[in-house]
Design a protein around this ligand. Structure first.
Ligand SMILES: O=C(O)c1ccccc1NCC(=O)[C@H](O)[C@H](O)COP(=O)(O)O
Length: 231
């Protein structure tokens, strides 16, 4: 049985970090984008970092950050993976990842006119651009860059790409079972859907979300195929 990996993003408090870890999350996202309501300033991250246990990946989330900003986050705590969520080019992502010696995921923000071939071409481009590239995180295009709780059309995702992507954007306990059964992504990512308010997670919602993903993992495969024609 496939085990869909789970990332809980926008962690700002130790109690929420512990709730996500205790629930079985595989990765925790820490937002280093100052305009986000979930922003962790360097000193906040330095104070929170010691609560990170082994075998849980810390993901540092950046929007058009400098290499020095990324290096500061990596130096202040266990950031195992970078997530570029802004307008960074493949070359910029590759250069920063190589400079701080960390793998990265590229957030691809899906617009209404995005096609399946756009996703395939982007993944191929990043694979060529950097040995540090880990995969695409597919999120919904919003002006605030992310964390908006909005879904995109999952049927867009090519079947051959699904096992290599992180599915994100507006997931919740209400829709994640359907999302996992239809797409069978490598991982899912959530922020708004497990919150009381922006940056404040709800431990019961985290537990319910993780349970829903596990239920979907145990269900028969009914994933949709998308053979790459334009959406
Ligand atoms: O979380 C934020 O505040 C944020 C701000 C700017 C860029 C990205 C941001 N989050 C990135 C994530 O990985 C979120 O988990 C992803 O956008 C999904 O968020 P949601 O739709 O709220 O589940």
């Amino acid at each position: 049985m496939n085990r869909t990996r789970i990332k809980i993003c926008g962690i700002t408090r130790e109690q929420d970090l512990r709730a996500a870890v205790d629930g079985g999350a595989d990765a925790l996202g820490f937002v280093f984008y100052p305009k986000s309501p979930r922003y962790l300033a360097p000193e906040q991250w330095k104070a929170l970092a010691p609560a990170m246990p082994p075998f849980v990946n810390g993901v540092g989330l950046f929007v058009n950050a400098s290499v020095d900003e990324v290096r500061q986050a990596v130096d202040n705590g266990p950031i195992a993976l970078l997530q570029f969520h802004g307008d960074e080019t493949a070359e910029q992502c590759a250069a920063i990842a190589a400079a701080v010696r960390r793998p990265f995921v590229r957030a691809f923000r899906v617009k209404p006119d995005t096609s399946a071939s756009d996703l395939l071409e982007s993944e191929a481009q990043y694979r060529v651009a950097s040995a540090w590239f880990s995969g695409l995180l597919l999120d919904t295009w919003v002006d605030a860059y992310g964390g908006a709780g909005k879904v995109f059309d999952w049927s867009l995702i090519p079947k051959e790409l699904a096992p290599r992507v992180v599915l994100s954007g507006g997931l919740s306990v209400q829709n994640v079972t359907s999302a996992v059964m239809r797409v069978r992504p490598f991982a899912v990512d959530i922020s708004s859907g497990v919150e009381e308010s922006k940056g404040i997670k709800d431990a019961r919602k985290i537990a319910a979300f993780i349970d829903a993903v596990r239920a979907a993992d145990a269900s028969p495969d009914t994933s949709e195929s998308h053979h790459g024609e334009h959406s």
